[in-house]
Design a protein around this ligand. Structure first.
Ligand code: PLP
Ligand code: COI
Length: 341
């Protein structure tokens, strides 16, 4: 497969149109067979459920070129399952999980020339999403839906690649107690836009959200879960909460830490005032991979992790290298984690 002529190593995390995408429509209570199309645009009613009441959810996963030249993606079955949870919570019809995985493969195959080469530092980001397409004016779910998947080549989510970032504690919430923080609803991201623009204007890379009920516990950022490393390096600690997204990267890192690196793993509520007891901090997610956090600023009070602002901490680095080694075929993966295209 001849690859597109692109400056792969200098890609940022942005959208560029690729050759083909998958589209399936839901009408009269059933999904159609779906097609691959070159049309990257959507035409729909001015009164579509998504436009009026934000009835939409999405997923994000990546395809990689492995060291030996295969094209693979990482745990797409978990994205299918999480999208099912999102759809059920938003009263949207579920796109069958096996068909979801097949459609992901089809989209990667059709855009194989855009899958960045091994070692370039870039990957193909895959974006499945669904929205209410039929007119809705009283507040209720739409009758018709569209499910689509596109793909776009991306580089690092944070400028500077794996350099430690500085984040701040945010005074606003991205989710409500008993709300939709645990699903990938578009509305959660709309909730975070004011804050992310403000964070950037104030010189911070991201927001740290605290639990919306008591503002005592650490939740996540707008697009990634947290991992922390204990002072002695033996334990990975990661927040547990009903209002954060169950990150597939975080769930995978819990296995990597325990089974590959022989660490202890604690998945529990993490009090904000425990941060000073940790040696390293990272953000983990499909887009973020693992992005080290060097400093958290809480209204002028700085919490600086001993790992510093120059490099990823040693334990975070081991986690990063093992996870990306699994994804890029350098390290043997647990059963079912790597799906060949
Ligand atoms: N948390 C939020 C709010 C996200 O948007 C994402 C991205 O998908 C994550 C966490 C990380 O999840 P995953 O590792 O499944 O990509
Ligand atoms: C992902 O990591 O796939 C996400 O959806 C996060 C988003 C902030 C890009």
């Amino acid at each position: 497969m001849e690859k597109k002529n692109m400056d792969w190593s200098n890609l940022g995390f942005g959208y560029q149109v690729t050759d083909k995408r998958f589209v399936s429509n839901y009408k009269n209570g059933a999904w159609d067979d779906g097609v691959m199309t070159e049309d990257a645009t959507i035409t729909m009613s001015e009164c579509a459920g998504v436009l009026q009441y934000a009835q939409t959810c999405f997923e994000g996963l990546k395809a990689y070129t492995t060291e030996d030249g295969r094209t693979v993606c990482f745990r797409p079955d978990l994205n299918a399952a999480r999208m099912k949870d999102s759809c059920e919570r938003l009263r949207m019809p579920v796109f069958p999980e096996e068909r979801f995985v097949e459609a992901v493969k089809e989209v990667v195959r059709a855009n194989e020339a855009f899958v960045p080469p091994y070692g370039s530092g870039a990957t193909l980001y895959i974006r499945p999403y669904m929205f209410g397409s039929s007119p809705v004016i009283g507040v209720k779910p739409a009758d018709e839906y569209q499910f689509r998947i596109f793909a776009t080549p991306v580089g690092p989510y944070f400028k500077g690649g794996v350099k430690p970032i500085t984040i701040r504690v945010c005074d606003y919430d991205r989710a409500a107690p008993h709300g939709t923080g645990h699903i990938k609803a578009g509305l959660n991201y709309a909730m975070s836009l004011y804050q992310i623009v403000d964070a950037h204007e104030q010189g911070f890379d991201e927001n740290m959200y605290l639990d919306p009920g008591t503002r005592t516990y650490v939740e996540e950022t707008g697009g990634a879960n947290f991992i922390f490393i204990s002072k002695d390096g033996s334990t990975m600690i990661t927040p547990k909460s009903d209002s954060i997204l169950p990150s597939i990267t975080r769930r995978s890192l819990m296995v990597v830490a325990e089974k590959y690196l022989g660490m202890k793993v604690e998945h529990r509520q993490v009090r904000f005032d425990e941060l000073k007891d940790f040696s390293e901090c990272g953000l983990c997610g499909t887009a973020a991979v693992i992005s080290p956090v060097g400093k958290v600023v809480d209204h002028g009070n700085e919490i600086c992790f001993p790992s510093g602002m120059d490099d990823m901490g040693p334990v975070t680095k081991k986690l990063y290298e093992t996870l990306t080694g699994i994804q890029m075929g350098r390290i043997e993966a647990p059963e079912g984690w790597i799906v060949e295209i």
